[in-house]
Design a protein around this ligand. Structure first.
Ligand SMILES: Cc1ncc(COP(=O)(O)O)c(C=O)c1O
Length: 395
């Protein structure tokens, strides 16, 4: 039976990252995968997480399963982190959530619950979006529509195009939005634009599904959640997929949360049971380690303060790199790269053609996606000038 399977092409992101790892050019620059790296090119463990881990090791007495909804403390902390402690929706008891294996697990559980409620729902995704959205959400059985999002010529959000396309979203449809730090473009909605989207959801009846995988890496924890909080304030229903991979550095621990803001408390209980049933049929119980660490960090005043400080430094470094990269590219090429400084989070398109991105790989061992999406956090003091000179050469 297995003999009948056809070989698959390499994953467009992980395949390139593997090629970069295998490249023995000492000057190589890997800007492919979306992990935060420090100036030494290392994806660090947060000190707050290390301290939580020591405490957990000293106290842990069992490795018995967590329940399908995961750890209660983690779920509570994640609701506070994403929605804000004083969220009226939380106060009204109309929010439920479950711990999931990463943001990907949250997207999957969100999609499973949406499919159970409305199998004919069309999911509107931004053009472009993170490519993994399509298999993660689509393999549940939901169909897709796309809305215009990024204007290549202006290096910014094509909000007019977005609104024109979303005019066709109707009650029973779902609009997948990036809460902050849009992947792959780094171009985010302004608060006024979030207001417009909320108004359209109200008037047309569609349900926002917000993927927030980079909270704290754009402008700050509260600033980055402002869009999703605005939707929650105004709308009866919002589905949210949150990740602790980047902002707590828990990538391999697979830690995330699917959060459902529902019309009322009774519906929230029903949705919680549906989400638990979805978890049961997909993977049964979530992995414990990362969520127990995150719950400890977020639930402890001292560790939480330390973590916030570390995250702020990370965010400041990314924004500093954006300014430095803009300056280096402008100096090397004589062209305008101001957009890099305006965009948010770890990603931006450099605005190169696929052939130019391929030439950067083949001739200079500079690895980025063919779309010229780069991970800004992969830039550092040791590679920035080389990178800028190579980009100038292919331009
Ligand atoms: C846009 C987006 N959503 C969700 C995720 C989920 O990440 P994870 O499953 O590692 O938490 C990622 C990770 O790269 C992402 O870029």
């Amino acid at each position: 039976m297995l003999q009948s399977l056809e070989p698959l092409p390499a994953d467009p992101i992980l395949g390139l990252s593997a090629a970069a790892r295998a490249d023995d050019n000492p000057d190589k620059v890997d800007l492919t995968v979306g992990i935060y790296m420090d100036d030494a090119g290392v994806c660090p463990v947060f000190k707050a997480v290390q301290l939580a881990q020591k405490a957990l090791e000293a106290e842990e007495v069992t490795k018995a399963y967590l329940p399908p909804a995961g750890d209660e403390q983690f779920n509570r902390c994640m609701q506070h982190l994403v929605l804000g402690v004083g969220s009226p929706a939380l106060g009204a008891g109309r929010v439920c959530s479950i711990q999931t294996p990463g943001g990907c697990g949250a997207l999957r559980i969100g999609a499973e619950v949406i499919f159970a409620a409305a199998p004919d729902a069309r999911v509107w995704i931004s053009d472009p979006t993170w490519p993994v959205h399509i298999p993660l959400v689509g393999s549940v059985g939901l169909g897709f529509e796309t809305y215009r999002y990024y204007n290549v010529a202006d290096h910014g959000v094509d909000f007019e195009g977005m609104v024109a396309d979303l005019r066709h979203a109707r009650a029973g449809d779902v609009v997948l939005l990036h809460g902050c730090c849009h992947n792959p473009s780094g171009a985010d909605l302004t608060l006024e634009q979030w207001e417009v989207v909320a108004g359209m959801a109200e008037a047309q009846g569609f349900t926002p599904f917000v993927d927030i995988a980079y909270q704290g890496l754009g402008d700050g924890l509260d600033e980055d959640a402002a869009g999703v909080r605005l939707l929650v304030e105004r709308l009866p229903e919002v589905v949210i997929a949150a990740s602790c991979s980047k902002n707590l550095g828990l990538y391999r621990e697979r830690t995330g949360a699917a959060i459902f803001v529902c019309q009322d408390a009774a519906n929230a209980q029903t949705v919680l049971n549906q989400a638990k049933a979805a978890a049961r049929r997909v993977y049964s119980m979530p992995p414990a380690h990362g969520a127990l660490l995150a719950g400890r960090v977020l639930g402890d005043t001292g560790l939480d303060a330390l973590w916030r400080e570390e995250l702020e430094q990370m965010c400041a470094r990314i924004n500093g790199l954006r300014s430095d990269l803009r300056a280096a590219l402008e100096k090397a090429s004589g062209r305008d790269f101001a957009f890099i400084e305006k965009e948010k989070g770890m990603f931006s398109f450099l605005g190169l053609a696929p052939a130019q991105a391929q030439r950067l790989r083949a001739e200079f061992s500079v690895y980025m996606l063919d779309s010229s999406r780069i991970n800004v956090a992969g830039v550092n003091a040791g590679n920035i000038d080389y990178l800028a000179q190579c980009v100038a050469k292919v331009l």
